[in-house]
Design a binder for this molecule. Structure first.
Ligand code: ADP
Length: 160
């Protein structure tokens, strides 16, 4: 069975990677879809985000990375995928995620959302937190996959 993991991944963090690794153990194939969240202004282009996910998931054999558009539920249908993966860090995520999952359920009851709870060490971590630290050239080693740290810091340096 395949699963779809949609998100902004702006940029991908170690928290996202942990969810992808765990989903890869549960499903034959995990399709990571870079989506546009209308509530968030993206910092990085979809191409850059895709490239960074590819680099940091190279060790996983059953991952596919795509750029998606439109409603996640329509993308899932087009790909014939019936499981959506989402991560939950804290209560703050819960309400939003519940609303999304319920809406998707109303749109298509054949599609299930599976929530994976964030590992404690990543439960504080978001792309925004990582970007804030990176903007001061701070230590993002616990936040961003090793493979892309230099590139991310370079993007935030004054003289790239
Ligand atoms: P979106 O804009 O769709 O929320 P994000 O890239 O912020 O996209 O997050 C994608 C998914 O990954 C969401 O379900 C989010 O809760 C989850 N996620 C984000 N950060 C972490 C983390 N540190 N640990 C586990 N899950 C996370």
């Amino acid at each position: 069975m395949k699963a779809l993991y949609p998100g902004s991944f702006d940029p991908i963090t170690k928290g996202h990677i942990d969810i992808i690794e765990r989903a890869c153990k549960m499903y034959e194939e995990v399709v990571v879809a870079i989506m546009t969240n209308p509530k968030k202004q993206a910092t990085f282009s979809q191409e850059k985000r895709k490239e960074w996910i590819e680099k940091s998931t190279a060790h996983l054999k059953n991952v596919k990375i795509i750029v998606g558009s439109g409603l996640t539920i329509d993308l899932a249908k087009r790909l014939n995928i019936h499981v959506l993966i989402r991560g939950i860090r804290a209560v703050a995520d819960y309400e939003y995620e519940l609303q999304q999952a319920t809406t998707n359920m109303m749109l298509d009851h054949e599609i299930e959302t599976v929530f994976l709870v964030a590992k404690p060490e990543f439960s504080f971590l978001s792309s925004s937190v990582a970007k804030e630290v990176a903007s001061y050239q701070g230590d993002i080693r616990n936040m961003i996959p090793e493979e892309i740290i230099d590139e991310v810091l370079l993007k935030f340096s004054k003289n790239p």
